[in-house]
Ligand binder design. Structure first.
Ligand code: ZN
Length: 225
């Protein structure tokens, strides 16, 4: 869309005067909300005015159109709002709220179903594997997450946090060279049973955590002595 302001003057942002002497023009491109699924770009012909107030620090200034331009942004205020909502909204309930903002009515369960129906990329060959447990229900049931640490993406979830499922998984993934795990004995045992050739290392978080615990313990000992 092509647009230009019809008013003869514009407010100087520095002194508030309304000069009418046009100094020059330039084209500004603004992305606006889509129409019928088509991308909309507003090509706005912006005038640069000469401020005639002798005490004003501005020599010239570009006009701003209320509701359409925000000085440095390449988006209209409407798109800025929509993008902020998208940045904040994941799937489910929040996604449904976002869709409503975009003029689309959709239930959260439909959105979750859509996310689940996206085909998963095959994991491929994993060389460096991260293993850690996480709580499904805090303090009640746990699972094990496997992460391809080179591609930084989760590749599988195993039931529980015992050695056997990990050992079975490793037998089917012989490309693993390094296993990064916490200090729990179960994963060490699973890695040893499943793939003894792999190098086992402790992940950085658990290393610092253990160091912190050891330091606290030794200061308590020193205090007692
Ligand atoms: Zn001015």
């Amino acid at each position: 869309m092509h647009a230009r302001a019809r008013s003869a003057t514009a407010d100087c942002p520095h002194c508030g005067s309304r000069p009418d002497r046009v100094h020059g023009r330039y084209m500004r491109r603004l992305a606006d909300s889509s129409v019928g699924g088509a991308r909309v770009v507003i090509e706005l012909l912006v005038r640069r005015f000469k401020c005639l107030n002798p005490v004003c620090p501005a020599v010239t200034f570009a006009e701003q159109i209320a509701g359409l331009t925000i000085p440095p942004a390449r988006y209209t205020p409407l798109v800025c709002e929509q993008l902020a909502s998208i940045a904040l909204a994941p799937a489910g309930r929040a996604g449904a709220r976002l869709a409503r903002i975009l003029g689309l009515r959709v239930a959260k369960d439909t959105l979750l179903r859509m996310v689940r129906s996206i085909p998963e990329e095959p994991a491929g060959q994993i060389r460096v594997l991260g293993v850690d447990d996480f709580a499904l229900r805090k303090g009640d049931s746990y699972a094990t997450i496997l992460v391809d640490l080179e591609r930084r993406c989760p590749v599988d979830v195993l039931p529980g946090r015992d050695a056997e499922p990990l050992a079975a998984w490793l037998k089917h993934h012989p490309a693993v060279e390094i296993i990064c795990r916490d200090r729990a004995g179960a994963y060490a045992e699973g890695a040893r049973r499943g793939f003894p050739q792999a190098v086992q290392v402790t992940d950085a978080w658990h290393l610092w955590h253990n160091l912190g615990e050891a330091r606290t313990a030794s200061s308590v000992e020193a205090g007692r002595a």
